[in-house]
Design a protein around this ligand. Structure first.
Ligand SMILES: Nc1ncnc2c1ncn2[C@@H]1O[C@H](COP(=O)(O)OP(=O)(O)OP(=O)(O)O)[C@@H](O)[C@H]1O
Ligand SMILES: [Mg+2]
Length: 1024
């Protein structure tokens, strides 16, 4: 195998070899450039920029860039030479630094790899920071903005200052996005030719620009042309596990409910426990009867068995985590009886017996469907006087009765419906809170599903046993558990905008990356990002000595040896870098070293700047540095004087990481640029990796060899087995990331539609046209909803249609007018038009309504300041999109969560998720348009404009529309009493200072029944 590799060069090697002539060409050109003056060199930048900025076509631009590549790379190299020769000092993070770098040939190859949109794999210390300047300079000449993405703010600032020296020398501008910059500053940074920043800053700016900005002046980014990601594996793989999320307080909370109902639920749970204890003892007695001690056969054993099964099932439904039950179920006989009883109960289509069984309890928990319901008994328990307090009323019927009732006044009908709806809402909230509390008490156990730390409920990942701080259960469950534990109940937050790292980086026209370790993840880079990997040879051959892994039976033995090795190497004066996989292990080791009196530093990826400074000293004589995986990444460890003679830096790892890549990174921190160095990994069979993924073969082999306490096992074969274990974990993690991404792809498409819509509004000149189009679309929808092409006019729901129109537009439409318009309809709509499928009568009604609305809108325009009105119109559309999109995100979250739970059965959760997501997105789009419609006349640029408009709306019109537009139904003379709510006055001020105008409040509560008669809540219907 190795032999083959030696004679047949790999594809990678061939590729690198092919680039040698390009390198020669660059070097030759650079020789020529040495004769130029600084200004002449700089002039090249200006000339290229002028030329490239003219090219619009993508392919042509790419071709032009390839054409000037050798000369542009040579210009960068030449600038480096000038800085070096002049011993230029640059201030980097407040320290002066002498520039002494001229790109090596391998660095030129790396630069080419990046320019061609690939990942350049170059070992630590090979100077990737400098490599990036070559393609960055070249691509920045297009004027389209190049982004360099780093793992932390410190590196972004450091590299923008450090490498900024070259860009500035050559006449380009450099910016850096940092966490606390205001939008104005950020925009300036993005306007530079080159912009540095972390992935989170770039991603959040994208979300704010597209999901939150209300006008183009608020947007800071200017497109996604080319990004080079430093430490690309860390960002595109490790960080990509969690999406970027901007969140805010949720509107869906009734947090106080949980504390309020806690005492009641507690006594309910206790009562149920007593009940279940009784069932259990009954079951135990029957079990005894079933197996008499004298060995005789009991009579009617079948009936006994059934009875036992039922009792056990009852307890499982009432107290799923009961210890007594668990104990009984340890006997497989009992488990069988219980399962059989459950099956019998489910056989009956009507489930009569099943319900009767549940009624024996106070509440019933269904673990699979994740539901908890009060039974009749339970309702009597919590509210003996009024058990109905916990029964939801039949909403649709109640609303329908009001609609069909004799009440002629639309306003009174609305009031009646509001009451029914409010009653429904309060009850629903109560029932929800109690159900979540019941789950919290019955299904969630302290120190199993969650732990309490610093007065917070922290979820425990059930697969890995890891704590997941910051994560919260949704839909009030977390609050319920907080109430149960008596810790502070935190407000629920909700996602305002979100994107996965994967999908953010896919926005770039061109993407490239660099890292010391990409090869092992090459397939993932290609699958997800279409990024190929080019492995660049080192400048000097690497002479690192990697020892075989040392494997021990227990962690204790392992750490003892680790300590010995540190002591021994430290005594020689060689610096040591100790890698750990977690902060805990770092601290444990630090305590051990302290006891031994060994001076050392501990890093754990929290304070980037400070860490970078410590790690630069890690190569000094006698230094001992303990670091977790991420700590101090990107900072070079240079050997101190005399250290090379001792053997260089020794890297010692106390465990193997989940991914081989991370081990390689750690190893790679020594023996840079031809330095001497060595590495040694220590493993125990108790390590997570070995416990969870290590093959039994290793354990068996160790046992066969009769490994003694404290004895070490090393063998190249073992290294391979451990790598196998790592490969399994890598695969497993890749699958998880891929899965997350598949789910996000659904969201991604929706996000594209919504962000596209928003941008169209933000950048479009004529929002008014769009507004009127939307109105027309919604009118068509509504007409189709309330009327029917086939049926008689008398069967049309003209009253509901008129109610809807009058609630939305001040055109005072009497029912009779609808019928009149319908009667006049002769013309069929054009087949391809918006109206396709409507009958002539329906078509005429649509036209009649939209024309009246347009007329009313023209009247409104005449009272408004034209410029201010433009803002108002934009606001009307954006606020509807934003509010509903955020609600949609909330729903998608819960959908994702509930689908996860539904993933039992044979169904593929992803397919269900897609179908369901598609449906709710469709609804979202309809709702956005309906809400826009609703607010067309409710937004005004000033109080005066609003009042003047209302005054001039025809009198009869106002009467019809009064209740919806802030007046009273008795308003009679010219609508003078029609009082818009005071929001309009705020709107006036807001528009004056060019802030968001505020809309006049609708007089229908969000939770009221929708006056259109759909039976839905107002907020889920026309009020959207
Ligand atoms: N052409 C060069 N000539 C001389 N020194 C160089 C050259 N290129 C890079 N260096 C030096 O090599 C060191 C390492 O550079 P850099 O931090 O960019 O490496 P890296 O490849 O990014 O490593 P890491 O994987 O740790 O991020 C720096 O001190 C830098 O000054
Ligand atoms: Mg680096």
């Amino acid at each position: 195998m190795n032999f083959l590799k030696w004679i047949i060069p790999s594809r990678n090697e061939r590729e690198v070899k092919k680039l040698r002539p390009v390198v020669a060409q660059i070097n030759e050109i650079e020789g020529g450039l040495q004769k130029l003056s600084d200004d002449e060199l700089r002039q090249k930048t200006a000339d290229w920029k002028a030329r490239l900025s003219q090219i619009q076509d993508k392919t042509e631009l790419a071709r032009a860039l390839n054409e000037i590549l050798p000369e542009a790379f040579a210009a960068v190299k030449n600038a480096c030479r000038r800085l070096t020769e002049r011993k230029t000092e640059i201030i980097v993070r407040e320290h002066p630094l002498l520039w002494e770098m001229i790109p090596f040939d391998v660095q030129l190859i790396g630069g080419y790899g990046l320019h061609s949109g690939r990942i350049a794999e170059m070992a630590t210390g090979e100077g990737k920071t400098l490599v990036a300047t070559l393609p960055i300079y070249l691509n920045a000449l297009t004027g389209r903005g190049v982004h360099l993405v780093t793992v932390n703010d410190y590196l972004a600032a450091r590299d923008s200052e450090w490498m900024g020296a070259i860009y500035k020398f050559l006449g380009l501008t450099v910016g850096c996005i940092l966490h606390d910059q205001p939008p104005r500053v950020r925009r300036e940074q993005y306007n530079c030719d080159i912009t540095f920043g972390t992935n989170a800053e770039f991603g959040f700016d994208y979300l704010r620009d597209n999901g939150m900005a209300a006008r183009k002046e608020e947007q800071v980014q200017r497109g996604h042309y080319f990004a080079i990601v430093d430490e690309v594996d860390s960002i595109l793989i490790d960080e990509a596990r969690t999406p970027l999320i901007i969140s805010g307080p949720s509107v869906h909370t009734y947090d106080e409910q949980y504390g309020q109902w806690k005492p009641l639920v507690e006594s309910l749970v206790r009562a149920q426990e007593r009940l279940c204890a009784r069932f259990l003892s009954e079951a135990e007695a029957l079990i005894k009867k079933l197996n008499p001690t004298d060995g005789s056969n009991p009579q009617n054993s079948e009936a006994l068995e059934h009875e036992i099964g039922l009792l056990l099932f009852r307890v499982k439904t009432g107290q799923p985590k009961s210890e007594g039950l668990m104990k009984l179920l340890e006997d497989p006989e009992n488990l069988k009886l219980m399962n059989r009883a459950e099956l019998d109960l489910h056989k009956d289509q009507k489930k009569v017996d099943l319900y009767r069984e549940k009624e024996e309890l106070l509440f019933a928990i269904d673990e699979k469907s994740f539901e908890a319901d009060l039974t009749e008994k339970g309702r009597n328990f919590v509210s003996p006087k009024d058990p109905e307090a916990f029964v939801l009323p039949e909403l649709t019927t109640a609303l329908h009765e009001i609609d069909a009732g004799p009440e002629p006044d639309a306003r009174k009908r609305m009031e009646a419906k509001t009451k029914v709806q409010q009653d429904f809402e309060t009850k629903a909230q109560k029932i929800h809170a109690i159900s979540q509390l019941l789950k919290a008490y019955s299904l969630y156990q302290l120190d199993v599903e969650y732990v309490i730390q610093e007065n917070k409920v922290i979820i425990v990942d059930q697969h890995t046993g890891r704590l997941m701080p910051g994560r919260r259960w949704s839909d009030g469950l977390h609050q319920a558990v907080e109430a149960k534990e008596g810790v502070e109940i935190e407000r629920e937050t909700q996602t305002l905008a979100t994107i996965t790292i994967q999908n953010y980086f896919r926005l770039y026209q061109k993407l490239a990356g660099m890292t010391g370790t990409a090869e092992t993840e090459a397939s993932e880079f290609f699958d997800i990002y279409k990024l190929g990997v080019l492995v660049i040879p080192t400048n000097e051959p690497c002479v690192r000595k990697d020892a075989n892994d040392a494997v021990y039976k227990t962690r204790r033995e392992k750490f003892n040896t680790v300590l010995n090795e540190i002591k021994q190497i430290h005594a020689q004066g060689r610096p040591i870098l100790v890698g750990t996989i977690s902060v805990e292990v770092s601290e444990q080791l630090s305590r051990m070293l302290k006891r031994e009196g060994i001076i050392h530093s501990v890093l754990n990826a929290k304070y980037h700047q400070q860490e970078a400074e410590i790690i630069t000293r890690a190569g000094q004589r006698g230094a001992v540095t303990i670091a977790t995986n991420m700590a101090g990444r990107g900072t070079d460890i240079k050997l101190g004087p005399g250290v090379a003679e001792l053997g260089g830096l020794h890297v010692l790892a106390t465990e193997r990481h989940e991914a081989r890549r991370i081990d390689r990174q750690l190893r790679g921190r020594c023996a840079r640029q031809g330095d001497p160095g060595s590495s040694h990994f220590f493993i125990s069979l108790e390590d997570d990796l070995m416990r969870l993924f290590g093959s039994d073969r290793i354990v068996k082999m160790m046992e066969r060899m009769g490994l003694e306490e404290g004895q070490e096992l090393t063998h190249p074969w073992l290294n391979r087995s451990i790598q196998q274990a790592q490969k399994r974990v890598e695969q497993h993690n890749f699958q998880i990331r891929k899965r997350t991404l598949e789910f996000d792809d659904v969201m991604n498409k929706q996000r594209e539609v919504i962000y596209g819509f928003r941008n169209e509004i933000i950048h479009g000149e004529d929002v008014r046209d769009r507004l009127m189009d939307i109105m027309e679309e919604v009118v068509v929808d509504k007409v189709a909803q309330f009327t029917n092409a086939e049926s008689e006019f008398s069967e049309w729901k003209t009253r509901q249609l008129a109610d809807w129109v009058n609630l939305n537009f001040p055109i005072g439409l009497p029912e009779a007018e609808i019928l009149k318009a319908a009667d006049s309809g002769k013309e069929s709509p054009v087949p391809e038009s918006l109206f396709a499928g409507l009958s002539p009568a329906q078509f005429a009604v649509c036209n009649f309504i939209s024309d009246s609305v347009r007329k009313a809108y023209d009247l409104k325009i005449s009272f408004e300041n034209p410029e201010a009105l433009k803002e108002v119109e934009r606001f009307t559309v954006l606020s509807a999109i934003d509010r509903l999109w955020q609600e949609h995100l909330y729903e998608m979250d819960s959908l994702r969560y509930s689908i996860g739970l539904r993933g039992y059965g044979q169904r593929d959760p992803l397919i269900e998720y897609k179908a369901e997501a598609f449906k709710i997105f469709d609804e979202l789009m309809v709702n956005v348009k309906t809400e826009i419609c609703h607010n067309i006349f409710r937004s005004a640029s000033s109080m005066l404009a609003f009042e003047n408009f209302l005054k001039n709306v025809p009198q009869q019109t106002l009467h019809q529309a009064a209740s919806a537009f802030g007046g009273t139904s008795t308003a009679s003379s010219g609508g003078a009493q029609a009082k818009p709510s005071d929001v309009v006055s705020e709107a006036a001020a807001a528009v004056a200072e060019k802030a968001k105008p505020v809309r006049t409040g609708p007089k229908v509560g969000r939770n009221d029944p929708c006056p259109c008669g759909s039976g839905k809540k107002y907020k889920h219907c026309c009020g959207r």
